[in-house]
Write a protein that binds this ligand. Structure first.
Ligand SMILES: *Cc1c(COP(=O)(O)O)cnc(C)c1O
Length: 358
């Protein structure tokens, strides 16, 4: 399918101070859109100036959470090139997410091509400041005008781009985590493994509670026993114990992170044993109490690696590694960001280059 390109007649100024970007409040000049209906399939793939959408208020996306999304980044290398990190994995995961909530399937290769075209066109928006990048947000929504929700017959795919600074305001400083023992994010059999807006709606209340109490993130426990550790906020979680790495297994309620997958491969190739298994909150508290927990960190595209300094559970607050970043988290951060920003070799072929502007 051809992608029709309509350039903006009024390019907007780039942010003056990229260190003050925050996360996802500034957007670039263009966006990608494509429509689906049962008769025609996907059609009208276009890159157009960024603009408000015209969608009927009866569209299912507004009422029943019929939405899936992805999040990846474009990085500026020292020689001025722009590149993406494992973008095909994001497109495949969006297909898996769409399947879970029965949004129409799509060609992952075509979505990668659309992403590359859009980033190529708006590449001047990729920040040059250290640790800033261009966040790419593809998403698919159901546009059926049908409050009865009788199967999905109309959908829209979009990609928007946002130059972002560092995700966590503290940078690589260890964060404080509140272990949530009331609300749950997802259950096995539900949508936990899918990247969909509905999971975030379920997470909102606990996230706000944690924020009000002064914690940076929530640690989620499983929905059945409220016992097994799943994730931290919008990141996967890893622990270092007795020289080994332990991370929750993908039970169906945990999001299969691409950063998680990359960390596991890097760690194994550096000679660490990595166990994917159930970890109970009691086990974590014991490891913390005895000082056996060497390191803990969250991992995800937005923050890359986010070292954890303390965990609060019920009436206890326990710290890890004197609330300092540990060597393993630091090494993972350096390796991943080194590959992403083109400062280290890419032995796994994780990088996809964006063509230079024609
Ligand atoms: C996106 C996301 C992650 C991290 O996935 P990456 O592919 O590493 O960015 C982890 N947990 C949740 C809930 C997410 O939405």
């Amino acid at each position: 399918m051809e992608i029709k390109i309509t350039r903006t007649a009024a390019p907007r100024p780039k942010p003056a101070d990229p260190t003050k970007l925050g996360f996802g409040t500034v957007f670039t000049d263009h966006m990608f859109t494509m429509d689906y209906d049962v008769e025609r399939g996907w059609h009208d793939a276009e890159i157009v100036p960024l603009q408000d959408l015209r969608i009927h208020p009866g569209a299912a996306v507004f009422h029943y959470g019929a939405e899936v999304f992805e999040g990846l980044k474009a990085y500026r290398t020292d020689d001025g090139a722009v590149q993406l990190f494992r973008p095909a994995d994001n497109m495949q995961r969006m297909r898996d997410s769409a399947e879970r909530i029965q949004l129409p399937d799509f060609d992952a290769g075509f979505m990668l091509e659309a992403t590359l075209k859009l980033v190529e066109l708006d590449q001047d928006w990729v920040p040059t400041t250290p640790s800033a990048s261009l966040y790419i947000r593809p998403f698919e929504i159901c546009t059926d005008i049908d409050l009865g929700l009788h199967g999905i017959e109309h959908a829209r795919m979009l990609i928007i781009l946002s130059p972002v600074g560092s995700y966590l305001s503290g940078g690589l400083n260890p964060v404080s985590i509140l272990i949530e023992d009331q609300d749950v994010r997802a259950v096995r059999g539900g949508t936990g493994y899918a990247k969909c807006g509905g999971n975030y709606a379920a997470a909102n209340r606990a996230a706000h509670k944690a924020e009000q109490k002064g914690y940076s993130q929530v640690l989620w426990l499983d929905g059945v026993h409220r016992r097994y550790i799943e994730e931290v906020g919008g990141m996967n979680v890893m622990f270092k114990v007795g020289g080994k790495i332990v991370t929750p297994q993908l039970t169906g309620s945990v999001l299969p992170g691409i950063t998680r997958r990359s960390c596991i491969q890097l760690l194994r190739d550096k000679g660490f044993a990595v166990e994917e298994r159930l970890i109970s909150v009691e086990e974590l508290m014991e490891l913390l109490q005895s000082g056996a927990l060497e390191e803990a960190w969250g991992c995800g595209t937005a923050a890359v690696i986010s070292p954890i300094g303390s965990f609060a559970y019920q009436d206890k607050v326990l710290t890890v590694n004197d609330e300092k970043i540990g060597p393993c988290a630091q090494e993972l951060y350096d390796t991943l960001t080194g590959i992403q920003w083109g400062r280290r070799p890419d032995p796994y072929q994780w990088i996809v280059k964006v063509p230079k502007k024609a």
